[in-house]
Ligand binder design. Sequence first.
Ligand SMILES: C[S@@+](CC[C@H](N)C(=O)[O-])C[C@H]1O[C@@H](n2cnc3c(N)ncnc32)[C@H](O)[C@@H]1O
Length: 197
Amino acid sequence: MPTFATRDPNNPAFWDERFEQGFIPWDRGGVPDGLRAFVATHSAMRTLIPGCGTAYELAFLLEAGWDATAIDFSPAAVAAAKAGLGKWGNKVALADFFAWQPGQPLQLIYERAFLCAMPRAVWPKVAARWAELLPPGGLLAGYFFFDDTPKGPPFGTSREALDALLQPNFECVEDAEVSDSIPVFVGKERWQVWRRR
Ligand SMILES: C[S@@+](CC[C@H](N)C(=O)[O-])C[C@H]1O[C@@H](n2cnc3c(N)ncnc32)[C@H](O)[C@@H]1O
């Protein structure tokens, strides 16, 4: 494993270093089945992918005819995404999730390895921002990581803690096992859809 100077995942430099050294064990290298199934069963939704990393899902959504934007606050992540996205590269922006503003109201926020990338102390701020960005009826859909190891990232949660975090503003409308996890998440992630109250 390479050595890194930055230890704080709230700092974009933490992620820059890892992308620059090619140490990205969370990277799936493609689009997970849960998102494919979701897109196959829903009408197009205006979507945000926060903390997108290499953003394979962005090209998938755009090719399906969905209106989607991906953001990441790490310049190295955005460069990696743009390099892989070709003609869709202009739909990725360098932006901090907590400051970014949508041009039009969102209908969907896609979650994968973003909440678990941040220390648990930041999660109330993430949940509040999700709630702020989605109008009533809007969906938060994707992968949630369940684990109790104190060290991270990835930082996992429990059913109870995730409910306590999200239930004030969201109702869980889908919760399913995941069968195509990559090694870091295997047996510990679930596909969930939460509807903004
Ligand atoms: C573990 S990676 C996951 C990347 C991608 N979602 C995936 O599934 O491969 C977490 C990403 O979130 C980004 N990130 C963390 N905090 C952020 C913030 N406040 N605003 C935007 N991006 C952020 C990091 O730069 C990093 O690329």
